[in-house]
Design a protein around this ligand. Structure first.
Ligand SMILES: [Zn+2]
Length: 243
């Protein structure tokens, strides 16, 4: 029987094949280093780039499924940016359906480590040189009943993007309108102030990426529903750079 991650890689290759793109091998993950990590690039010649990262927490499987759905359904237009996808960032966690990886680490607390190690190093290296306008990581929340996002903007960036993404999410499910989400101030589904927590989004913000986003969908919704929300948000991000 193929493992869960092997099935994912097969689906990823099939979705890429349909588009005529090849997933790029960017390194290994796992204590046994037996998991291949991949990166997929669409519209490679475009100057500006956006990046989607899925599955940093292994049991939040709607992210990786959304990456595949986006690859299956996305229609490229000349005005669109380069789209870089890290479709499954924590394969050892994905394979065992655990939040952490197989070294019992939460990868999303180690992106500011020096030096970076394991899959965290491979993922960071794969995008650090890209001319990123925006970075978004796709997660699930097992407490809240609505979607929300952490949106970190550099001074020159327009925070209207975050409201645009929340509007896109609201077409497919409820938004969390709490004024505090995990003790952080929130406004209509947007948590605005970055915290140096070692997350991938913090590191990208700290590196100077104009927009760094962590999207959270409520896992009480069906998988289909979560995928619709995530793909809707991905499409809205791509459209933002076509205007
Ligand atoms: Zn998560």
């Amino acid at each position: 029987m193929p493992s869960k991650y092997q099935v994912f890689v097969k689906d990823l290759r099939a979705a890429c094949n349909m588009r005529g793109v090849e997933p790029e091998h960017i390194g290994h993950a796992g204590r046994s280093r037996s998991y291949d990590l991949f990166k997929v690039t669409l519209n490679p010649r475009r100057k500006r780039a956006v990046c989607f990262v899925c599955g940093v927490h292994g049991n939040e499987t709607s992210g990786p499924a959304s990456a595949i759905e986006f690859l299956r359904t996305y229609r490229s237009e000349p005005s669109h940016p380069r789209i870089i996808i890290l479709p499954n960032a924590n394969p050892s966690g994905y394979d065992r359906d655990t939040y952490r990886n197989d070294r019992n680490l939460n990868p999303n607390r180690h992106f500011s480590d020096r030096p970076l190690t394991g899959e965290v190093a491979a993922l960071y290296r794969a995008i650090a040189h890209e001319p990123l306008e925006a970075f978004a990581s796709f997660h699930e929340d097992d407490v809240k009943k609505g979607s929300y996002l952490y949106g970190f903007a550099r001074p020159a960036a327009d925070p209207e993007l975050f409201r645009t993404l929340i509007r896109a999410a609201s077409r497919h499910g409820p938004i969390c309108t709490d004024t505090r989400i995990y003790r952080r101030r929130a406004e209509k589904g947007v948590i605005g102030r970055p915290v140096a927590d070692g997350s991938f989004e913090w590191r990208m913000h700290d590196d100077g990426v104009p927009y760094a986003i962590c999207m959270e969908v409520p896992d009480v919704l069906s998988m289909r529903n979560c995928i619709r929300i995530n793909v809707g948000v991905m499409e809205a991000m791509v459209r933002w750079w076509s205007m």
